[in-house]
Design a binder for this molecule. Structure first.
Ligand code: ADP
Ligand code: MG
Length: 234
């Protein structure tokens, strides 16, 4: 078995009285595409947030590349993780600036930043939007800006939460191509999807969450739950 890019132990999370997650162990192997599936409210987004240190889960232990995440290395770990949220929060400035801001922590020349942002704009096919205010974009355009912003930061692990929701077919295909290219480079990707066919074509492994519990993790063709059954509850 390859090394884990990220893993979590004892992920038990309550919101008020309600137990949202109860996961003894979850391991995400390096260099793979994983699809995270499960009904609405099963805890998918919360699990991603806990793994990536955006949501607290006191008794859990999260390891990034084998190292326990603590207060000391939390920020460094976060910077190695990229997120593409369902409803991306963009800054009230141009698309160009929104993407360039991802590079602000790096010691890069103006020229280098310009090149990197230009490459990302081209990759997402959004050159025309560069000078538009990001707040004025459509949902799908925002999603693409958010993807470009994530990619320029060159994360080692990317979490993508339901990318299909506001994207048209061409854009979904583009995102799938980009995921494949990133994985080719050695990046690990976890994508939340309700589309079992997408999971099958894209993912090396599928994780299934149900009522906060990890009920399955396997290669898509080996899932113990029959395909039809799985489709029923996704
Ligand atoms: P999924 O992404 O699988 O749809 P979520 O992780 O978003 O599920 O949510 C799991 C459950 O936790 C849902 O019942 C949701 O209402 C609840 N929940 C999520 N975030 C919060 C929060 N900040 N406060 C209270 N309840 C929350
Ligand atoms: Mg969600």
């Amino acid at each position: 078995m390859a090394a884990a890019i990220i893993s979590g132990e004892n992920i038990v999370k309550y919101y008020g009285e309600e137990k949202i997650l109860d996961i003894e162990e979850v391991v995400i192997e390096e260099g793979l595409v994983l699809a995270l599936m499960g009904p609405n409210g099963s805890g998918k987004s919360t699990l991603i947030k806990i793994l990536s240190q955006l949501e607290e889960c006191k008794q859990s232990k999260i390891y990034f590349q084998g190292e326990l995440v603590t207060a000391k290395n939390r920020l460094a770990v976060r910077r190695k993780i990229g997120f593409i949220w369902q409803d991306p929060l963009l800054y009230n400035t141009s698309v160009y600036e929104n993407i360039a801001l991802s590079l602000k922590f790096r010691d890069l020349s103006e020229e280098k930043i310009n090149t990197k942002v230009g490459e990302a704009l081209t990759r997402l096919n959004i050159n025309k939007l560069a000078n538009k205010n990001a707040k004025q974009l459509s949902g799908g355009e925002k999603q693409k800006v958010s993807i470009a912003r994530t990619l320029v930061a060159e994360p080692e692990l990317i979490f993508i939460d339901e990318p299909n929701t506001s994207l048209d077919i061409d854009s979904i295909n583009l995102v799938e191509e980009i995921i494949a290219e990133e994985v080719e480079k050695g990046v690990s990707v976890l994508v939340v999807t309700h589309n079992f066919y997408q999971a099958k074509s894209l993912a090396d492994e599928v994780l299934v969450l149900k009522e906060g519990r990890l009920v399955d993790q396997d290669r898509p063709e080996n899932l113990s739950i029959k395909e039809e059954g799985l489709l029923k509850y996704i």
